[in-house]
Write a protein that binds this ligand. Structure first.
Ligand SMILES: Nc1nc2c(c(=O)[nH]1)N[C@@H](CNc1ccc(C(=O)N[C@@H](CCC(=O)N[C@@H](CCC(=O)N[C@@H](CCC(=O)O)C(=O)O)C(=O)O)C(=O)O)cc1)CN2
Ligand SMILES: [Zn+2]
Length: 786
């Protein structure tokens, strides 16, 4: 390495806030149950921040990042910082900020009830307790953060929306970090991305028109940060990586010209996607530095290194913030070396994006086999990688040991016989043409299925999971600790299944489910049973609020050593004369919600998973299960951020689904399920999946989402969700009848199913049974009419 001047700096766009042992999750849920005071919760937050900053400093980073912490969500923090809490909450100025924050995040029930709380199960001590007089208010809508499995709270905008600098939290955190002696880089979501992520609540309102009111508040924030002596302010504008309408693109230059006047150095941060037509704009903006995602868009690094004016800092996100693989440091150095030469003194190294999307540390993974473990780097280990890269570029011999270890791990992963399975490769190679086609067309299958199942019109069913009660979770925890034997655990789960079947029979549902009691998570559960997957003990990643997921790790060719769900499903079917729906997670969702290998195209991994699911489908059919659901809630989330890449993705994604679903006879009915998403963009591809029945989440949009399916003349059967499962509120019969009439106006009634929006695992039994009782009654009412 040539550069001996120690001029390269390191930083990260953000760090996970949930805590090494999910301390934040447990503190939040105790606070919501009223078991932990607000002051105690603030202490937990302060303690976590201090520990996370210390980790960054001790790893050798040149700055700690302040502003990435949030008690629920970073976008929600900005709603308070910018003083734009929606008026519909009717907050009083004297209401404590934290209680307002959780009310926006979780909703507020009517006086003395907890009816409108989102996520009631996690405790219900929030809004209602200090706001008896205020009317019920639904939580802010939640939606996916770009193409991740993280969900943010959606800001609401109207022509009346006003902004003020309304929250001291960010400045308090900066003061905390400074008091601890850290070099501080503060992080903010940029004004354009903030407006883009919000939703206009008035028809036809253009939220970009709020920009002129918003910029002065950003100016005030920057003034304050400057006065506090922060060295840099990172401003995230990830929307520079998507296809932006022209007015949004052209708003950047003037906005950043204004913000740059403050005189605090700004690092404009982009990530997740190539800049493409925004590349020269991003290089030109009047800011002191630009951060780019060198993992998702390595092909752009050379031109950015050329085009970005030499006085500006270039921050290269070279360590993958979206995946858990150890960085190939030699490959990274080969990419970085030419840039070092071009950008003397103005190069920073970073993770590609915030480390929010990866687990905290590998140190806790004592059960992972040593070989697999050596291939991985979680958030904490990624900090060390950045330091090694910096040392290597500084020609500092201190990097040599780390480089050697890394080299050995990369070589071991490349050569490991555990990664490559010839049988899997051969099967993919020789997949017969037509393996992704059902034998007959839908009309013929529909006739065969009607003759077989003789279901009434408006058949009723549920989406799969029933309440994951504390007893179920405790039994599983006890089994995993070794306190409960496999036999006893399985007996307990079989009893839960029997209970769920009995309750469904009593409710009079037409197509039953076993309830998924034996599953920790719909993706992790399958990952644990498939070859080519590894799973962690503590690899939690925040999904929303206090809710986390533990994504499995796909490290090798995927195969299914044995049937995964057959005995549970057959047990459930043996308890009832009604059809029992087999319940599987589809290949795209397993792919999307796992950490995926980066040594082959995603399409190939998806197809390997599809073949494993295909075998499971065949085994279920062989065991007499006539209806099989293959859940694909993550198809829309997997769409590339750039439209130009949609077709290629949708082609392999629908192919993989069809491969998983097509091995069955005409009279076997395949269902799929998708949660709330912008379906209209991809209706032809949803139709091309050719499931006999699709259930979708529609109740929150008042069935509006169904219009697209109607206009498109969606050919197969549909179950539009008739009630929202995110709230414990019990919908009444008439409400659901109204929605079903609405649905019948756009979809032929003979093709309609009746079901909730999604699975019921986060609900309690009492509200579940009441809601389903009303749902079955609503279906009966419709049958009498059509
Ligand atoms: N992977 C995935 N992504 C998804 C969804 C999903 O279902 N799965 N749904 C959408 C919404 N996202 C969601 C994400 C998480 C949860 C959720 O409920 N998470 C649970 C964990 C679920 C789980 O894996 N539970 C395990 C482990 C539970 C656990 O933490 N146990 C304790 C001990 C508990 C005890 O002693 O009782 C421990 O291990 O420390 C189990 O049931 O076995 C949580 O954070 O609380 C819900 C929705 C979109 N993305
Ligand atoms: Zn769902």
């Amino acid at each position: 390495m040539t550069n001996t001047h120690k001029t390269i700096s390191t930083h990260i766009p953000g760090f996970p806030r949930i805590g090494a042992a999910r301390e934040l999750k447990f503190a939040l849920e105790r606070n919501w149950r009223g078991e932990l005071s607000d002051a105690e919760l603030e202490d937990v937050g302060r303690d976590l921040r201090a520990r996370h900053w210390a980790l960054q400093r001790d790893a050798g980073l040149d700055f700690v990042t302040v502003g990435d912490f949030a008690f629920y969500d970073q976008v929600a923090n900005h709603i308070q910082l910018l003083g734009c809490e929606p008026a519909r909450y009717g907050f009083q100025p004297d209401q404590p900020q934290l209680s307002r924050y959780f009310t926006m995040a979780r909703g507020r029930g009517a006086a003395n009830t907890h009816a409108a709380h989102a996520d009631h199960d996690a405790g219900c001590g929030c809004g209602a307790r200090d706001a008896d007089a205020l009317p019920a208010a639904a939580a802010l809508e939640m939606t996916k953060w770009f193409d991740t499995n993280y969900h943010y709270l959606v800001p609401e905008f109207t022509p009346e929306t006003a902004f003020t600098l309304a929250c001291e939290r960010l400045f308090d955190e900066v003061a905390e970090a400074k008091a601890l002696g850290h070099a501080v880089k503060a992080a903010l979501i940029g004004p354009l991305t903030f407006l883009w992520l919000g939703k206009a609540k008035t028809d036809g309102f253009d939220r970009l028109s709020l920009l002129d009111k918003l910029l002065p508040i950003y100016g005030q924030i920057l003034d304050r940060l400057k006065a506090q002596g922060v060295q840099w302010v990172q401003i995230d504008e990830p929307i520079l990586g998507i296809d932006l309408p022209a007015p949004w693109r052209s708003a950047f230059e003037n906005s950043y010209w204004q913000l740059n006047q403050v005189g605090v150095p700004l690092l404009l941060a982009t990530y997740f996607s190539p800049l493409e037509e925004n590349l020269s704009l991003a290089c030109r903006l009047p800011v002191a530095g630009l951060h780019v995602d060198g993992v998702r868009a390595p092909q752009e690094l050379a031109s950015i290194a050329d085009w970005l004016p030499v006085h500006k800092v270039l921050s290269v996100g070279i360590v993958d913030g979206r995946n858990i693989w150890r960085t190939d440091l030699d490959a990274a150095l080969a990419v970085l070396q030419p840039i070092v030469d071009k950008r003397a003194g103005k190069l920073w190294l970073s993770s590609s994006c915030s480390l929010l999307h990866v687990p905290f540390t590998l140190a806790a993974e004592t059960a992972l086999d040593a070989e697999t473990r050596s291939w991985l780097a979680f958030a904490t280990e990624k900090l060390a990688e950045l330091n090694t890269l910096k040392q290597a570029l500084h020609a500092d011999a201190g990097a040599d040991t780390a480089l050697a270890t890394s080299r050995a791990a990369i070589a071991s992963r490349r050569a490991s016989p555990r990664v490559h399975q010839q049988a899997v490769r051969d099967r993919l190679e020789h997949l017969p043409a037509g393996a992704d086609q059902r034998r007959a067309h839908f009309a013929e299958r529909q006739a065969a299925q009607r003759a077989r199942f003789r279901l009434p019109n408006f058949p009723t069913t549920t989406i799969g999971s029933f309440p994951q009660t504390p007893a179920i979770r405790a039994a599983r925890a006890s089994f995993k600790r070794g306190d409960l034997s496999l036999t006893d655990y399985e007996a307990a789960m079989r009893a839960e299944i029997a209970d769920a079947v009995q309750r469904q029979e009593a409710l009079g549902l037409d197509v039953l489910v076993h309830g998924e009691a034996e599953r920790n998570d719909m993706v992790e559960y399958f990952g644990e049973q498939l070859d080519g997957f590894a799973f962690t003990q503590h690899g939690w990643v925040q999904s929303y609020g206090s809710r986390c997921v533990k994504p499995p790790i796909i490290y090798g060719d995927v195969s299914r050593p044995q049937a995964m769900t057959v005995s549970w499903t057959v047990h459930a079917q043996s308890l009832t004369g009604k059809p029992m729906k087999g319940m599987l997670t589809g290949p795209i969702t397993i792919l999307q919600w796992s950490f995926v290998r980066d040594d082959q195209p995603r399409a190939r991994t998806a197809l390997q998973i599809a073949l494993a699911i295909r075998d499971e489908v065949a085994d279920l059919e062989h065991a007499g299960i006539g209806i099989i659901q293959i859940d694909e809630p993550a198809v829309r989330e997997g769409l590339p951020l750039r439209r130009s890449r949609w077709t290629a993705y949708l082609d392999w994604a629908t192919h993989a689904f069809r491969v998983s679903a097509s091995a069955v006879g005409d009279a076997t009915q395949i269902h799929t399920h998708m949660c709330y998403a912008e379906f209209n963009d991809i209706l032809p591809q949803i139709a091309a999946m050719d499931a006999d029945v699709i259930t979708i989440e529609t109740s929150r949009s008042d069935m509006e989402l169904l219009n697209g399916f109607g206009q498109f003349r969606y050919p197969n059967e549909i179950g539009p969700g008739v009630y929202d499962i995110h709230s414990p509120r019990v919908p009444d019969q008439q409400e659901m009848v109204r929605l079903l009439h609405k649905a019948s106006a756009v979809i032929p009634p003979a093709n309609l199913w009746v079901n909730p929006d999604c699975g019921l695992k986060t609900r309690g039994w009492a509200e579940t049974e009441s809601a389903l009782r009303n749902m079955v009654a609503a279906a009966h009412q419709l049958r009498a009419v059509y």
